[in-house]
Design a protein around this ligand. Sequence first.
Ligand SMILES: *Cc1c(COP(=O)(O)O)cnc(C)c1O
Length: 427
Amino acid sequence: MAKSQGSVPEPGAGKEWTDSLSRGRVPGPRLDQQRVVDGRGPSTRSVHAGTYEDPGTGAVGTPVFQTTTFKFTDDTYDAFDQGHIRDVPIYGRYGSPNQWTVQEKIASLENTESALVFSSGMAAITTTLLALTNHGGHIVSSRDVYGGTFNLLREDMHQLGRTVTFTDPTDIDAVRAAVRDETQVLYFESLTNPLLKAVPLVELGKLARERHLLLVIDNTFLTPIHLRPLEHGAHLVIHSATKYLNGHSDVTAGAVAGSRKYVDRIWSQMLKFGGSLDAGMCFLLERGLKTLALRMGQHHVNATAVAALLDGHPAVHRVHHPSRPDYPWTWLHEVCPDGWGGMVSFELKGGDETAFKLLDRLRLPVVATSLGGVESLVSLPFNTSHSFLTASQRAEVGIAPGLVRFSAGIEDTEDLVEDLEQALAGL
Ligand SMILES: *Cc1c(COP(=O)(O)O)cnc(C)c1O
């Protein structure tokens, strides 16, 4: 059984620690009652992997274990004695059958040993970054990351003794130049918000290996259906499960997945920060996950149809979508040939005023923040997700006037396209 207590590296004390911990390679945690599915397709995995088969009732779905504590057995005492308390049900914050069920589904989808679920994406990010770095450590990231992550990196990390360098996430030379002796983590998003910049994942993986760094990828926008970063050199993959993984705009949750060596270390940090996920939310997330592959297919079809309509439309200046011929980061197509999720962004010729008019005229998409739900959502980055940046910082990351962010839902494609057509026609 794997022990959970990782010794944190001394700053600048060589980088061998990332690879030298001789951990047990036991996947999970999982109970004997949980289904194990290996080597099947993504829908088979998300429907069956980890599902708890209740021996008493034969219930087909995982019951909700609405309990915060579990009766001690000989196994519990053994676990305390041998230090593998992540593997037995003890206490709600430490782990529960409902957490283990969703974690097993996510680990199976990401094709890795272990996962952890959290009470939000930000809980996953904060806990992971603080577990993998220490006082004196350095992180390389980018200004293009999610606003909450950017604020954590910019406002809090230096107070906690970690320094951060922000680079252009698409420029591997800039990332390489930012690495120092104290660097411990490279932190990037596989596809950024809202311009869908793709990071050079394979190159980042190589750099991480060369310099003994941990590569952490927030894969919220692509999900394991489109991209599995761990297969391309990342050490850990993070999700805001609030978005596509749950997919119904009704759960706030987060996840991290990777080998047990790292996830166990993040787990022991999670025990202290306390951002674990409640059993009821696990149940909803489990239910959402079962249709992930089906939903991602339709999100992709819809986003691509919306991008095609927008490209060349007289009211539109520019479309940001991997399906368009002028999309600059073509390495995305190599690691991710089948789809890119449901996000599209575009610049309207008339600037932000025209963008407000478009939002007023749309009938189907809801004007709201967030993304990845079954319903289409639309918002303007300048006054929402990127309002914390100054105008010149916005220009620097490419947020132009009139930029609209569109999260295509799973509605019928022709209905979405027709609605957008009528809204654009009146501008
Ligand atoms: C929404 C989001 C987050 C934060 O997730 P929460 O569940 O809202 O805490 C992190 N990263 C990305 C890319 C996101 O879109």
